[in-house]
Write a protein that binds this ligand. Structure first.
Ligand code: NAD
Length: 492
């Protein structure tokens, strides 16, 4: 088993603890790599390296154009390494190779896009209301950014943070998930190859309480960019508040996929299936609630069941596999717990509802694609994030009712609407409380379009021009050009 090292100040180092932990392949349930168990001492070293790179090093002296060129070069290198990185991610987190290849082939675009944006960050000249004074703004980087990422789309979600943070001129300490650190450590080699000065990007692996907390509370960390569960996010927010730190939080969801009776049902069936069973439901934007217009409810459910039954399960490294394992053992148990809860609550299990004991699933943590009908909007299965292949179907009669049910959770990450009516598409997209609304499509994201949550799904936006603002602060500069000495006792 390969014993990995961490990236601090441009050096590949062993953890101060002298300890490593095993990373487990979810398909074989066997360990396949050893990941350094970082701790506070490593965090201190990494933040010091990032701080030095921010204040004293070559990085600060680069023009914005040169910084952008580095990011674009990195994008090109990632593109060349995408197949190898995708294979590592699949081995580490069990997500389908087809999905991870798609993600890795797309990751370079974040570095190309934000690399292009690096030298378009401009301040403003304010036509100030005071004669003889010139006032302008500068957009400046924040300093050391802590990036904390989850296991489900490890490098994609890291790119969403690193690309704008670096384009804005910050330096970074990145803590990947303890369940998917290997691709991060291999990815770390690419920064050096692209020509980034040492210390601009540092990677410390380990557990949330041992690495994440000292990182968030470190006095020299200016901003936290976090993606993960909302409970963890709440805790991270509290820790960051103590230091009055800037923060972006990309958290969970309970997204509604709403199908009206005027929809193209062939498309809608595919959209609802892909919304929940793609990525084995382990995606923040999983359309885990299907709200179905009552006139088509039964017909739609039958078609949904027919398509979901065809899902091929098995080795995630096999490109033909459509539903892979659950990434971690605790998550696997949590999914099965929610299935039990749904049954106890009186939901009707129409498909799956058990561990998948198929020969093609080996010894991995597989759960059968599961569909419940008869779900009431207030049930736990309709309110809480399962993060697995479990769909709750809820009927509705009117647009008003669909909006009420869709908005009736603490989350607001995404929603889908299936309709051929332009009026309905526009009305629903206005009334749904979600950071993303898809109409007649689902699970579309782009480096160009802002992504983030309403309500408990998060704070701030990633991707798109908005994202770079999350890594900048505005300074207002006043210059007296009239030479009028002001009255020292009166505010000017
Ligand atoms: P998680 O919250 O358990 O962990 C996320 C990261 O936080 C990991 O790196 C973890 O080590 C770290 N962490 C854990 N405890 C910490 C602590 N006390 N202090 C600091 N850091 C800590 O989430 P997960 O299980 O890895 O990922 C799944 C969750 O992420 C789901 O809820 C999903 O919806 C969410 N998610 C959201 C988005 C989005 O963009 N909105 C995208 C992907 C995943």
């Amino acid at each position: 088993m390969k014993k990995h090292r961490m990236l601090i100040g441009g050096q590949w180092v062993e953890p101060a603890s002298g300890a490593w932990f095993e990373s487990v392949n979810p398909f074989t349930a066997a360990p396949w790599a050893l990941v350094p168990r970082g701790g506070k001492d490593d965090v201190d070293r990494a933040v010091a390296a990032a701080k030095a790179a921010f204040y004293d090093g070559e990085w600060r002296k680069l023009t914005a154009t040169a910084r952008g060129a580095l990011l674009r070069r990195l994008g090109d290198i990632i593109a060349a390494e995408a197949p190898a990185l995708a294979e590592i991610e699949t081995t580490d987190n069990g997500k389908l190779i087809a999905e991870m290849r798609g993600q890795l082939n797309y990751v370079p675009q974040w570095f190309h896009y934000f690399g292009g944006l690096a030298d378009k960050i401009e301040g403003r000249v304010i036509p100030i209301d005071k004669p003889g004074v010139f006032n302008f703004t500068r957009e400046e980087p924040l300093g050391v950014v802590a990036a904390i990422t989850p296991w489900n789309s490890p490098l994609l979600l890291a790119a969403w943070k690193l690309a704008p943070a670096l384009a804005a001129g910050n330096t970074v300490v990145w803590k990947p998930s303890e369940f998917s650190s290997v691709s991060a450590l291999v990815f770390g080699e690419l920064f050096e190859r692209a020509g980034f000065p040492p210390g601009v990007v540092n990677i410390v692996t380990g557990y949330g309480n041992e690495v994440g907390e000292p990182l968030i509370t470190h006095g020299d960390v200016a901003k936290i960019a976090f993606t993960g569960g909302d409970r963890t996010g709440e805790h991270v927010y509290q820790l960051a508040a103590r230091g009055i730190k800037r923060i972006t939080l990309e958290l969970g969801g309970k997204s509604a996929n709403i199908v009206f009776d005027d929809a193209d049902l062939d498309e809608a069936v595919k959209g609802v299936v892909s919304g929940i069973f793609a990525a084995t439901g382990q995606t923040c934007i999983a359309g885990s609630r299907a709200l179905i217009h009552r006139p088509i409810h039964e017909k739609f459910v039958e078609r949904l069941l027919a398509l979901a039954r065809t899902a091929r399960m098995g080795n995630p490294l096999d490109a033909a596999t459509q539903v892979g394992p659950i990434t971690t053992r605790p998550q696997y148990e949590k999914v099965l717990d929610y299935i039990r809860i749904a049954k106890d609550e009186g939901a009707v299990c129409r498909l799956g509802g058990t561990p998948a004991n198929r020969p093609e699933c080996g010894s991995g943590w597989f759960v059968e694609p599961t569909i419940f009908t008869g779900v009431q909007p207030g049930m736990r299965i309709a309110q809480e994030e399962v993060f697995g292949p479990v769909l709750s179907i809820i009927p509705f009669d009117t647009e008003e009712e669909a909006v009420r049910i869709a908005n009736g959770t603490v989350y607001g990450l995404a929603a889908g609407v299936w309709t051929t009516s332009i009026r309905r598409a526009l009305t629903m997209s206005e009334r749904l409380e979600a950071g993303t609304v898809w109409v007649n499509t689902y699970r579309a994201v782009s480096y160009m379009s802002p992504f983030g949550g309403y309500k408990r799904s998060g704070i701030g936006r990633e991707s798109g021009i908005e994202a770079i603002r999350e890594y900048l602060q505005t300074k207002s500069v006043w210059i007296d050009i009239a030479g009028n000495a002001p009255n020292p006792f009166v505010m000017r």
